[in-house]
Design a protein around this ligand. Structure first.
Ligand SMILES: [Zn+2]
Length: 229
């Protein structure tokens, strides 16, 4: 509750370029909106973020507490979700499942930042004619370590087998009312977290699972590594 209040009373600067004034300056807002949705790999769609402005907006929202940045992230996520769609089961209704928040992050922020973005993206898509629902119900069976600072292989190992679709949520995402399930996150780096979320959904019985993130971290080729970064 303090984020929006602080935005009103504190001197502000752009979360992406530090220009004094708005929480997100007009130039950065236009730049984020102008970036295309790309296929990060065969399964994940995300808005390209070559200058890191999108990721800076996510940081400002999650770490800086600027809740007013949520709609900018949600708009990017909605674009990425739309591109990830390939409904195969008659219904065009989409179930959106967000990466669950780690206990420590929830304690630090006091709200589920990714769930908020997912709900706002779902509302935007519904306004534009795509029927969709946010389904909650993926939980951690163990708390993975923070992914930051880990290499590609370690990121996959860190989250492998960490999530589980609850029985109640499984009944929903597997129901005939949905033509597709989309796993979502705010930022995709290596794709390890979204891959684990997809795995938990498929293991729980979901068919036709895609994945989308609001922004993608550009892949960096590491010396001696042939894996994407
Ligand atoms: Zn700016």
């Amino acid at each position: 509750m303090w984020g929006p209040l602080l935005d009103l009373v504190m001197p502000r600067q752009c979360a992406a370029c530090s220009l004094p004034g708005l929480v997100l300056c007009t130039g950065c807002r236009i730049d984020v909106r102008a970036q295309p949705v790309i296929a990060v790999d065969a399964t994940v769609s995300a808005v390209s973020d070559p200058m890191g402005r999108g990721r800076a907006v996510v940081r400002g929202y999650k770490v800086g507490g600027h809740r007013s940045l949520a709609p900018v992230i949600a708009e990017s996520l909605a674009r990425a979700i739309r591109q990830s769609l390939h409904p195969q089961r008659g219904s065009t209704r989409v179930a959106i499942v967000a990466v669950p928040q780690r206990r420590r992050a929830h304690a630090a922020r006091g709200f589920d930042s990714t769930a908020v973005i997912a709900r706002q993206a779902a509302r935007l898509l519904t306004l534009h004619g795509l029927e969709c629902d946010v389904v909650q119900g993926v939980q951690y069976v163990r708390q993975p370590d923070d992914q930051r600072g880990l290499g590609v292989a370690d990121r996959y190992l860190n989250v492998a087998g960490s999530m589980r679709l609850t029985g109640k949520a499984s009944g929903r995402v597997c129901s005939e009312q949905f033509g597709m399930v989309v796993a979502v996150d705010d930022v995709v780096t290596t794709g390890a977290t979204l891959a684990e979320l997809r795995r938990s959904l498929v293991a729980g019985g979901a068919l036709c699972v895609g994945a989308a993130a609001a922004f993608s971290t550009p892949r960096i080729a590491h010396p001696g590594s042939t894996s994407p970064g």
